[in-house]
Design a protein around this ligand. Structure first.
Ligand code: MN
Ligand code: MN
Length: 303
């Protein structure tokens, strides 16, 4: 069982020569941080291509390549008060993992900080949603509806995330964008109408601004934002567990994030699988973190 070491293992006069992997701009201690990054290396219910447990550190590595200053937003990330807690220690059991995420995100949110969670598979999001105040709107980027009541005998399977979120948040609060893979049973279920699924094709025809407007019509004051990387087209994000052609453009996802950023109270990026990546997916995931924090911190929006 690996961990990040214990305080007594450290040699103060040598500390500046060693590092364990963190987001490069995460230079703040927890008590003063506004953003708290952590990884959840769990892919136990993934059905097709595993490997998302390796994603958090791969995203951190890709992040090293980014400038610490975000030119588009005029934001200097080392001043944005980011802390990186490392990776959660998780076992094989999905419900135990979800309970642990629930308690970690609860602690972060109660301290008035914004969690930035790196999956792992999409099941990790259920632990976050359990903490959301009743009036929260949820925006999900995903190729899949994730609307099965259970899959492979498990209600916490990554194919059931939107369904679980609906049970917690209630009808009319979830906007899932990029949908293009849905089973007949999901589509015909009674609950289907209780989530607004924007298909990827609808976004292509009407533009992302139509989705933004429709979400705005609900006057959201608090938003939770979950990015399943397979919502983005495989040409831009090939390293995912269950790729699906004809997806969203990354720039549209960026527009959504930057439009709503100042109201986002929690953020996650999931389902990235470095094993199948050419480097672009981890790079994009790292950039999406910067887009989120940059547009949340910027004095003026460019969008
Ligand atoms: Mn998903
Ligand atoms: Mn998906």
């Amino acid at each position: 069982m690996g961990d990040n070491g214990h305080q007594e293992d450290n040699v103060p006069e040598l500390n500046h020569l060693f590092s364990f992997r963190k987001i490069a701009d995460a230079v703040s201690p927890y008590n003063v941080a506004r953003y708290v990054v952590f990884g959840v290396p769990f892919d136990g219910t993934s059905s097709f291509r595993r490997g998302s447990r390796l994603a958090p550190d791969t995203v951190r590595l890709a992040y090293d390549n980014l400038e610490s200053f975000e030119f588009s937003y005029g934001v200097d990330f080392p001043s944005a008060a980011i802390c990186d807690m490392g990776n959660l220690q998780v076992g094989e059991d999905v419900s135990e993992m979800v309970d642990t995420v629930e308690s970690v995100i609860g602690t972060i949110m109660r301290s008035g900080k914004v969690p930035v969670m790196l999956g792992g598979e999409h099941s990790v999001t259920v632990g976050a949603v359990r903490n959301l105040p009743a009036d929260t709107i949820m925006i999900i980027i995903d190729a899949h509806s994730d609307f099965r009541d259970e899959y492979m005998g498990n209600k916490l399977n990554h194919a059931c995330v939107t369904r679980r979120a609906l049970e917690i948040l209630g009808a009319g609060r979830i906007f899932s964008i990029g949908t293009r893979s849905v089973s007949k049973e999901e589509y015909r279920s009674e609950e289907w109408k209780n989530v607004r699924f924007f298909t990827a094709n609808e976004v292509r025809m009407k533009g992302i601004s139509a989705a933004i407007q429709e979400i705005e019509s609900r006057n959201p004051s608090r938003i939770y934002f979950s990015i399943d990387m397979d919502g983005i087209d495989p040409s831009e994000a090939p390293g995912v567990g269950t790729p699906e052609p004809y997806g969203l453009n990354a720039v549209d996802v960026r527009s959504l994030i930057s439009h709503f950023a100042k109201r986002i109270i929690g953020f996650d990026i999931v389902e990235m699988t470095p094993v199948y990546d050419n480097g672009n997916t981890s790079m994009l995931a790292a950039k999406l973190i910067q887009d989120f924090i940059g547009s949340r911190e910027t004095p003026q929006s460019l969008f």
